[in-house]
Each structure stands twice: as C-alpha cells, then as structure tokens.
Design a protein around this ligand. Structure first.
Ligand code: URA
Length: 211
C-alpha cells in the first residue's frame, strides 16, 4: 500500500483552518472544497504524461498531456465527502461519479451500515478515487471498498482522506495492499466514540451545520 501524506503549504494551511474549532460551518465546507481541489492537483501528478507536437497559431510546440483524465470514477462516501468531491470534480470534471451512503454505529465495534449504493461500472482502464474525509478506524471504508469490488476492477484505487490514523492504515494495508492513500494528516489517537484526536471533530456535522 502507498501512503502519500500531502504536506504542501496550501494543504496544511487549509487543514489547520479545518482543525480550528472556531472555524464556522460555511468556512469549513469551503475548506473541504479547497482541499478537494488541491488533492486533485496532487493526484494528477500520478497519471502518465505524454508529449506530442501541437500547432499553435504561430508555429509548432511540444505539448504535454495527462493521460487517463477521461477514465476516472470518483466515489462520494456520504455525507462529509460531498464538499471534498466538489473540489475533486473542479479538476477532474470528466469523472463518472458514484455515491455510497455508509455509516458506522455509535459504539464499539462500530458496525458499518451501507444502505444506498449507486456506482457506475468500473472498467480496467479506470482510476477509482474514493473520497472519505475522515478515515478513523478504517471499518467504514473497508466496507465501502469491498462493495466497490462488485462493480469491477479498476487499474488503480486511490483513497482521498483529509485525516486518518495508524489503526486505519494497518487495517487497510492488510485488506487492500494495492491501495494508494492520499491524506493531509495521520493523527495518532481515537477516542472511545471513534473520533480522530486531535482531528477536526465531526466533519459532516460541521460542513452541513447540523451540530
Ligand atoms: N468521522 C468524523 O467526522 N470525524 C472523526 O473524527 C471520525 C469520523
């Protein structure tokens, strides 16, 4: 499994705004959108590039193109991923989009419930990007990735999460050794409700002002 911790200044700046408990809901939602866009810039670096000549109005130039932008499936794990996916789509605007409603029960062992799945067929040439901002124990995302296997096998699978933990990464590594994780931070602790500590609180409640 590949883990990419995105420590660019812009990403860490946005993450710090999200972590701050004095950041209000609107700014929080905007911050998730911004991070989606910046994550897309980072993920775009992993696609193959080709050079080919192009005719400018005046002469010819060597153009550089990213291959595979038309073969992306983004899966939105409701609901906190909605703003993150908006940001990803501002860059990967040709992507097909799937939606999964998945959530964990309140208390350990946090049973995962998946009750709405609408995902396009996933083809062998596709890059699958699964967006879930907070991967705490890894149980929800493990359930989601297992469900997605029924829709086809992509060329590669990327998990885009704002924060995760060593516990979740261990679990994912065992279940999905080929997974590529893009995250802006790995926090060490989980509290007894399964929240990431120090984390940023409940991302869905903060983004949708349902606190
Ligand atoms: N989901 C959240 O929104 N926050 C956490 O810390 C963990 C899961």
């Amino acid at each position: 499994m590949n883990v990419n911790v995105l420590d660019t200044a812009l990403i860490q700046h946005e993450l710090s705004i999200l972590r701050d408990s004095s950041t209000g809901g609107i700014a929080f939602r905007k911050g998730l959108q911004h991070l989606g866009r910046y994550f897309a810039y980072e993920i775009s670096k992993s696609f193959p590039r080709i050079k080919r000549p192009i005719a400018t109005p005046l002469d010819t130039a060597v153009g550089l193109f990213i291959e595979g932008l038309g073969r992306i499936v983004i899966v939105n794990v409701l609901r906190a991923a909605i703003p993150l996916v908006e940001g990803l789509l501002s860059v990967f605007f040709e992507a097909r989009v799937g939606i999964i409603s998945a959530f964990r029960g309140e208390a350990p062992p946090f049973p995962v419930q998946i009750d709405y799945v609408r995902v396009p067929k996933i083809e062998p040439e596709d890059t699958l990007i699964v967006a879930d901002p907070m991967v705490a124990t890894g149980s929800t995302i493990t359930g989601v990735l297992k469900v997605l296997e029924r829709y086809g096998a992509p060329k590669r699978t990327i998990l885009a999460c704002i924060l995760t933990t060593p516990v979740a990464l261990d679990r994912l590594e065992r279940a999905f050794p080929g997974l590529n994780v893009y995250t802006s931070g790995i926090d060490n602790s989980l509290n007894d409700q399964g929240y990431i500590v120090p984390g940023l609180g409940d991302a869905g409640d903060r983004a949708f002002l349902t606190l």
